[in-house]
Design a protein around this ligand. Structure first.
Ligand code: FAD
Ligand code: SF4
Ligand code: SF4
Length: 375
């Protein structure tokens, strides 16, 4: 029997239409024939195969042996052990619910300007700025806002320098498939690219490297992850914030989630919206996602805990540790031990456990998630 060459046909049935697809867009940017598109209209956030080349569920290039989309997909088959064996030399144990990390600390930018722009401690922005200023990256794939920001539509964007990093800092809670900015970075001449993204996206560079997806895998030199239980459909703005609370998106200046949806308005007003009211707008792609802690990023960052102006930071890989240590030694970030905030670690583990239970028992088994019972 010839060796199996899983291609779009397998990705389509096993991931895209099975409920495992997060909409991360890694398959789209890995396709060398441009036959995959991305649909983010009406709450879809899914890749699709162009009709002119084999229809929605097959690919003529795949039939000839191309396997790049399945090699780039961080939900295809044994993605988790594949990535962990590549990054850490072993898959995680059942106890490592938040993934494998070398060090967990609270961190923040020492520059008050950077910290002020950041959602929490401005750590992510500080990382990118350091990487630009020390010639470690040419571009970073981040998330900005469409147009003048009044629609709150989060859009993938390329940051080329400190100004771009600061302009795209902070968190938007709708989905932004940041890998989609990759072609623009390449068109601009970038060869060393950092990706900032939710866990589903942060797993893309290492899965590409683990499965030898070629040039694209080599170009991702840094993966920065954002902790995440879910993202919301854009429809949450008109259907909940505006319809129920009269909060027009053009008047919203900042949002955060700290147990509730916190919303700050242009006129200085502040509102809290119970999270359970927002659940109905959870993206479908998040409902099977087992990754709260951005488990395969070089560095993962979150805002849980007692200190609003610090970023809870998990340094996972050797590459991440090298960068973080250099920044600490260079004085651009300050840290405090995670023991200062034991509640944050308890919550990290609790939320990670909850997310792992979402991985369907019918999919490939993983540590901390039991396989489907046999009949
Ligand atoms: C949708 C979402 C859900 C989150 N959920 C949690 C959570 O449940 N618990 C928790 O502890 N932390 C969560 N976070 C992470 C937290 O909000 C901060 O992003 C993190 O602590 C880093 O803060 P910072 O000040 O260091 O980052 P900053 O310096 O502010 O940099 C943030 C970076 O995130 C990018 N970004 C912003 N919005 C998006 C988006 N929608 N998609 C992709 N990239 C984006 C920006 O472009 C920027 O590069 C979430 C973040 C997002 C975007
Ligand atoms: S999870 Fe990501 S890479 Fe996999 S099929 Fe969905 S969009 Fe493509
Ligand atoms: S929960 Fe977060 S990491 Fe998981 S699929 Fe949704 S956006 Fe991605």
């Amino acid at each position: 029997m010839p060796p199996e060459k899983p291609q779009w046909a397998e990705l389509f049935t096993e991931v895209v239409t099975s409920g495992l697809c997060t909409g991360c867009s890694a398959c789209v940017i890995a396709c060398p024939y441009d036959v995959l598109g991305y649909d983010d209209a009406d709450g879809h956030y899914k890749p699709f195969h162009v009709l002119t080349d084999g229809g929605p569920d097959n690919c003529t290039h795949g039939q000839k042996g191309c396997t790049l989309c399945t090699r780039a997909c961080p939900r295809f088959r044994t993605w988790e052990p594949d990535i962990e064996t590549h990054l850490f030399g072993r898959p995680r144990t059942d106890e490592e619910v938040a993934g494998i990390a070398r060090r967990t600390v609270l961190a923040r930018a020492t520059d008050p300007e950077v910290q002020g722009y950041g959602q929490d401690g401005g750590l992510v922005s500080a990382l990118l700025i350091w990487a630009f200023e020390h010639d470690l990256i040419d571009a970073a794939l981040v998330s900005g806002l469409e147009g003048d920001g009044s629609t709150w539509k989060a859009v993938p964007q390329v940051a080329w320098n400190k100004e771009d990093v600061l302009a795209t800092s902070g968190s938007r809670y709708t989905y932004s498939a940041n890998p989609l900015a990759y072609p623009e970075a390449i068109a601009g001449g970038a060869e060393r690219i950092a990706l900032v993204g939710m866990g589903c996206q942060a797993s893309a560079p290492p899965v590409m490297a683990a499965r030898k997806a070629g040039k694209i895998a080599r170009r991702f030199t840094l993966s920065v992850g954002l902790l995440c239980s879910k993202t919301f459909d854009d429809a949450i703005f008109p259907e909940l914030f505006e319809a129920k609370y009269g909060l027009h998106r053009a008047d919203i200046v900042k949002m955060n989630i700290k147990g509730v949806f916190q919303v700050w308005m242009r006129d200085g007003a502040y509102h809290e919206i119970p999270l359970k009211e927002a659940h109905a707008w959870t993206r479908e792609g998040c409902t099977s996602c087992p990754d709260f802690a951005a488990e395969h990023a070089d560095i993962s960052t979150g805002g849980i805990g007692a200190f609003g102006d610090w970023t809870l930071t998990l340094i996972r890989t050797e590459r991440g540790e090298e960068l973080f240590n250099a920044m600490e030694a260079g004085g651009v970030i300050e840290t405090r031990p995670s023991e200062d905030d034991p509640g944050a670690i308890t919550l990290l583990n609790r939320l990670s456990k909850v997310s792992r239970k979402r991985w369907p028992a019918t999919a490939v088994p993983m540590p901390g998630r039991l396989p489907a019972p046999t009949a």
